[in-house]
Design a protein around this ligand. Structure first.
Ligand SMILES: NC(=O)c1ccc[n+]([C@@H]2O[C@H](COP(=O)([O-])OP(=O)(O)OC[C@H]3O[C@@H](n4cnc5c(N)ncnc54)[C@H](OP(=O)(O)O)[C@@H]3O)[C@@H](O)[C@H]2O)c1
Length: 343
C-alpha cells in the first residue's frame, strides 16, 4: 500500500511517499481502507519533535532515539470503510463506514490502510455520522474529543461565561461549538482572519488577539480554555470568576507548576493534561453532528502524495479549522453526490 513514511525528525521533507506492506488485522482488530485523514498542529510538532522538553524526551525515547522506528507513519484521525475484521470483533463488519481517533499507533492513518483495535487503547472508533462526508468526518475525532474532554474538566454548564483562546484551529472550532451546546456564553479569541468563521460557528463575542488582550479588558469568565497555551498565566487567573477554571491544552512546565500551586491556595483551579478518548464520547460527537449541532470546518484538502505540502501549510499556524488529506477522492467512494465535497 501507499503510505507517507516518517523517515527522520525534521522539516516536512522528511515525509516520503513509499510502498509499504499492507497491514493484516489481529483477532481483535479491523482493517480500515482509509478515505480521508488530517494534518494537525500535533502531527507537525511530533514530526519535528518541536515539543516542550518534558514531552520531547519521552517521545524520542519511545519513538526512536536517532530516527523514528517504533512509529513510522504519522496521523491521529481518519475516516474510511472497513475491509476486513478479526474473528473476535463484534461491533463492526466489512463495509461499515467509520471514523476514528487512532492514538499513537505504529502505522498511523497517513496511508491507504490502517488496523485498529475494536476498542483502541488510546483512541476511539465508531460508525461515521450519516450526514457528512468522509473528509468532514476525518476532521472530527481529535479536535472534538479534546474539546469535549477539557470542557467536561471545566464542568461547562448553561449560563456560564466561557472564553476559548486559540479558537480557530483543530480543537478550538469544536470547543466553541461544544461550549454553546453546553449552554455557555462563548467568547472566542484568535487572529483577525478567523473572526468571521468563529461568529459563524456560534461565538457570542470575538476578540482579535493581534489587537487586544482579553486579560486587560476587565471581563471575567467561569472558564478560560487556552487551547494554544499562550495566555499570560497570572492575568488569566485574575480574569477568572471565583471557583473559575483555567484549562490549558498545551502547557509548559512553568504553567504546570504554577497551576498546581494556584489550585492549592485559591478557589480557582488550573487544569492541564491530555484526553483519553472513549467510545461513548465519539458516539456523542456523532449524535451531535447528526442532530446538526456540530460540524467540522475544512480549510484545505491535499491528496496523500502532497502530505509534506500540507504539513508546510499547517506549520505556518494560520489554517482555519482543519486540513484534510484525501486518500481516496470522493468520486471513487460510495458517498451521495449531494453531500460529497461539502464544507
Ligand atoms: N493536551 C492535549 O491532549 C492536546 C491534544 C492535541 C493537541 N494539543 C496541543 O494543543 C495545541 C493546539 O492544538 P490545535 O490543533 O487546536 O492547534 P491549531 O489548529 O494550530 O490552532 C491553534 C489556533 O491558535 C491561534 N493562535 C496562535 N497564537 C495565538 C495567541 N497568541 N492567542 C490566541 N490564539 C492564537 C492560531 O491562529 P493564528 O496562528 O492565525 O494566530 C490557531 O487558530 C497544539 O500545540 C497541540 O499540540 C494538546
Amino acid at each position: 500500500m501507499k503510505a507517507i513514511v516518517w523517515t527522520k525528525y525534521g522539516p516536512p521533507d522528511v515525509l516520503q511517499l513509499q510502498e509499504v506492506e499492507k497491514p493484516t488485522p489481529k483477532d481483535n482488530e479491523v482493517l480500515i481502507r482509509i478515505i480521508a485523514t488530517t494534518v494537525t498542529a500535533g502531527d507537525c510538532e511530533q514530526r519535528s519533535l518541536k515539543l516542550p522538553f518534558w514531552l520531547a524526551l519521552p517521545m524520542r525515547a519511545y519513538v526512536g532515539l536517532e530516527r523514528p522506528r517504533r512509529i513510522t507513519i504519522l496521523g491521529m484521525e481518519c475516516a474510511g470503510e472497513i475491509e476486513a475484521v478479526g474473528p473476535d470483533v463484534k461491533r463492526f463488519r466489512p463495509g461499515d463506514q467509520v471514523f476514528a481517533a487512532t492514538g499513537f499507533v505504529d502505522m498511523g492513518p497517513c496511508a491507504e490502510y490502517i488496523c485498529l483495535a475494536e476498542e483502541p487503547d488510546q483512541g476511539a472508533l465508531a460508525i461515521k455520522p450519516v450526514n457528512i462526508t468522509y473528509e468532514q468526518a476525518a476532521a472530527v475525532p481529535v479536535g472534538g474529543l479534546e474539546a469535549l474532554h477539557f470542557l467536561r474538566l471545566g464542568n461547562a454548564q448553561s449560563g456560564q461565561k466561557v472564553l476559548i483562546n486559540g479558537a480557530g484551529g483543530t480543537i478550538g472550532t469544536f470547543a466553541v461549538q461544544l461550549a454553546k451546546y453546553f449552554g455557555a456564553e462563548v467568547t472566542a479569541v484568535d487572529s483577525t482572519e478567523k473572526l468571521d468563521l468563529l461568529r459563524s460557528i456560534g461565538a457570542d463575542q470575538v476578540i482579535d488577539y493581534t489587537r487586544g488582550d482579553f486579560t486587560t479588558s476587565g471581563q471575567t469568565y467561569d472558564i478560560i480554555f487556552d487551547v494554544v497555551g499562550k495566555s499570560p498565566f497570572s492575568r488569566s487567573v485574575r480574569s477568572l470568576e471565583q471557583n473559575g477554571r483555567y484549562l490549558i491544552a498545551n502547557p509548559g512546565v512553568s504553567q504546570m507548576i504554577r497551576g498546581r500551586w494556584t489550585s492549592m491556595i485559591s478557589s480557582k483551579k488550573v487544569i492541564c493534561g491530555a484526553a483519553s478518548p472513549k467510545t461513548e464520547d465519539i458516539l456523542l460527537l456523532k449524535e451531535l453532528i447528526e442532530a446538526g449541532r456540530l460540524k467540522s470546518v475544512i480549510d484545505r484538502r491535499y491528496p496523500l502524495e502532497q502530505t509534506a505540502e500540507a504539513h508546510r501549510y499547517v506549520e505556518k499556524g494560520h489554517k482555519k479549522g482543519h486540513v484534510v488529506i484525501t486518500v481516496v477522492p470522493s468520486d471513487k467512494t460510495q458517498e451521495p453526490a449531494s453531500i460529497s465535497g461539502n464544507r
